[in-house]
Design a protein around this ligand. Structure first.
Ligand SMILES: C[S@@+](CC[C@H](N)C(=O)[O-])C[C@H]1O[C@@H](n2cnc3c(N)ncnc32)[C@H](O)[C@@H]1O
Length: 213
């Protein structure tokens, strides 16, 4: 997968997440499935917490080679939404962007063929996730780094299409095995598809699919 061109100004960097090892690992994980995408032609793709837009733009650039998909990105941070628009324009792909807290306003059921989330995963004090500073929202994950992502998990079964795939970036402290077990209760099966140790962090990408009987 090609890496999109991303440019963040000094001011944007004060509140928007700069593409990092976790963003690149997520792109590598999507690349592993590019053959599957070509075969399956995902129609509706969603990224929650777009930040600079690097991940959803990379996906849009790859998919446009063989299908016409719709891309929706959302972020709680309005500056991230603006930067994502800039990133998608720079790389000649079309992404609809909404400023939103997780999926509060999405009512449609089971429509997304791809959902991606690189959440704020760093272990912090529980109350830190309520800090109003937008830059803190890029990393502060609260207890076990799980407080933000745990809010999203119960929504996934209602958003994912029958053939849909959910990609989630986590670190060791988030307890990936526990997350995989949790999703089994939703009839969604997952596994670790790629992992990388970097300085001070062990990153994993989990991939989930619905169990179809
Ligand atoms: C670790 S950054 C990932 C950014 C980008 N996806 C990447 O991989 O480079 C997490 C992103 O989630 C956003 N975010 C945090 N809490 C959110 C929420 N409740 N609803 C929507 N977005 C949220 C942050 O603003 C931030 O852009």
């Amino acid at each position: 997968m090609e890496t999109p061109l991303v440019h963040l100004t000094e001011i944007e960097l004060e509140s928007v997440y700069e593409p990092s090892e976790d963003s690149f690992l997520l792109i590598d994980a999507l690349e592993l499935d590019s053959g599957y995408f070509e075969y399956n032609n995902p129609t509706l793709c969603l990224e929650i917490g777009v930040g600079s837009g690097i991940v959803i733009t990379a996906l849009a650039m790859a998919l446009k080679k063989f299908c016409y998909s719709y891309f929706l990105g959302l972020d709680i941070n309005p500056h991230a939404c603006k930067v994502t628009k800039k990133t998608s324009d720079t790389n000649n792909v079309n992404i609809e962007i909404i400023q939103m807290d997780l999926l509060n306003n999405i009512q449609n059921k089971n429509i997304f063929d791809i959902i991606i989330f690189n959440p704020p995963y760093v272990v912090t004090e529980a109350l830190e996730i309520f800090d109003n500073k937008l830059i803190n929202k890029t990393w502060a994950g609260g207890y076990k780094g799980r407080q933000v992502m745990d809010k999203l998990f119960p929504m996934i079964p209602h958003l994912l299409s029958a053939k849909g795939i959910f990609y989630l970036l986590v670190i060791k402290e988030n307890e990936p095995t526990n997350i995989l077990q949790l999703f089994e209760k939703f009839n969604i099966i997952g596994s670790i598809i790629i992992e990388r140790k970097i300085q001070g962090e062990h990153l994993f990408v989990l991939r989930f699919k619905k169990v179809i009987h």
